[in-house]
Write a protein that binds this ligand. Structure first.
Ligand SMILES: Nc1ncnc2c1ncn2[C@@H]1O[C@H](COP(=O)(O)OP(=O)(O)O)[C@@H](O)[C@H]1O
Ligand SMILES: [Mg+2]
Length: 393
């Protein structure tokens, strides 16, 4: 039977447009499978908006007009105790605010609060089933350092690095520069909690390193300096499932203009179609052995982080030695990595249905536990003994 699926996309993120495309792809496919779609668009300034027109990609050409046509909205718990999406705009005689039933949320954000656990926390608070990873995997996944420490603890190789905070850089610049240069002839400086290659720079000389660090501090107060893998080949693998059962997709080799992908390579290159159309080789032209090692590491890390739904795990490979290193996990990959699942015999509609099923399963597991007690401890006599209360005994 068809469900009422809230498709959430947009967001205050540099990957806003990519998310709109992913959201449209998901919404149309789920609609074609017989579901009712409620769009939830989060504008670039963070407004929550809804309206039928938000299901048409054409409408996003003019964001000002789009916002003017949309209805502000928020989650609310109705009189039956069910969470609904309620319009909150001015309501008149002919424009009464509506409330929409929500059976499940399909989160199609990329980056920032939509992917780092912020939006997931909102769904948790309203006890709404939502697709993708929960709070742990979402927030660890957004923190490159925490994620590398976790991967290393599982025996998955990661690139050697130096962690830098802004204050340390001010206090111990020379000492840090020395440590960074000891990593290797070239290093990569990157903000710890960003994406889309923003602020990521390869550097060799002391001046280049300092400049890259100063630039990256414009984006984040925490940075990583990593030994540069060179010559570099990037291999990505997607994982679908949850902590109980997860499978790996075929691997891809994304191809950048340079050794490293820039924001422009990724998103601006192919008429703005997003990652889906970036240049890539599928399956990645590497040995079965390397493919299997990367797939196994991906599934192991995915399960260990308690990730759910679909994620993409990115690896850096030394082209000469074929040593591989885990680089990062994207808990909501661009276009849900459909191009990898398509080649793994999971068509997009099946992928979307799996995401919905996994969201409902996660919700059932959460709601099957005791989460609160009916007994009101504050009605107990013991309260009388607490300081600061009126009428204490
Ligand atoms: N240690 C490294 N050695 C060589 N290239 C790197 C290294 N780390 C990152 N890169 C290059 O920079 C790109 C962006 O870095 P990444 O860590 O993936 O950040 P983002 O989250 O912004 O995608 C990678 O896709 C890769 O091309
Ligand atoms: Mg990356």
């Amino acid at each position: 039977m068809g469900k009422h699926i809230l498709v959430a996309f947009g967001g205050v993120s540099p990957e806003h447009e990519v998310s709109v495309i992913t959201g449209m792809q998901a919404a149309h496919t789920l609609k074609d499978s017989g579901n009712t779609i409620i769009p939830l668009y989060i504008s670039k300034s963070g407004k929550m908006l809804t309206g039928e027109h938000l299901l048409e990609l054409e409408e996003f050409k003019n964001l000002k007009e789009l916002e003017a046509k949309s209805k502000p909205c928020c989650f609310q718990i109705d009189t039956f105790g069910k969470t609904v999406l309620s319009e909150t705009g001015k309501s008149g005689l002919f424009s009464k605010n509506k409330a929409y039933q929500v059976d499940v949320v399909l989160a199609a954000f990329h980056g920032s609060d939509g992917e780092n656990g912020g939006f997931q926390g909102l769904c948790e608070s309203f006890n709404l089933p939502y697709s993708g990873s929960g709070l742990l995997a979402s927030s660890v996944g957004m923190d490159k350092r925490a994620c590398k420490i976790h991967a290393a603890s599982l025996g998955i190789p990661v690139v050697e690095d130096v962690f830098i905070t802004e204050q340390q850089w001010i206090d111990n610049r020379d000492e840090l520069l020395k440590k960074i240069q000891e990593l290797g002839p070239s290093v990569v400086i990157k903000p710890m909690r960003l994406g889309s290659s923003i602020g990521v720079k390869k550097a060799s000389t002391e001046d280049e390193i300092s400049l890259a660090i100063e630039t990256a501090f414009r984006y984040d107060s925490h940075l990583l300096a990593e030994k540069a893998v060179s010559p570099l080949m990037e291999i990505n693998c997607s994982v679908l499932g949850d902590f109980e059962k997860a499978e790996a997709s075929v691997c891809e080799q994304p191809l950048g203009a340079d050794e490293s992908l820039t924001f422009e390579d990724k998103y601006m290159g192919d008429e703005g179609k997003g990652m889906a159309s970036a240049t890539r080789l599928i399956p990645a032209p590497v040995s079965d052995e390397l493919t299997k090692s990367i797939q196994d590491a991906s599934v192991k890390l995915f399960k260990s982080l308690d990730a759910s739904g679909v994620a993409r795990l990115d690896f850096l490979v030394n082209k000469d030695t074929l040593e591989f290193y885990f680089n990062e996990i994207n808990t909501i990959p661009g276009s849900f990595s459909f191009y990898l699942w398509d080649k793994t015999d999971v068509p997009f509609s099946a992928l979307m249905n799996r995401l919905v099923e996994l969201a409902l399963k996660k919700h059932r597991q959460k709601n099957g536990r005791i989460r609160s007690y009916e007994t009101n401890l504050l009605s107990n006599k013991a309260v009388k003994g607490i300081k600061g209360l009126k009428g204490k005994g």
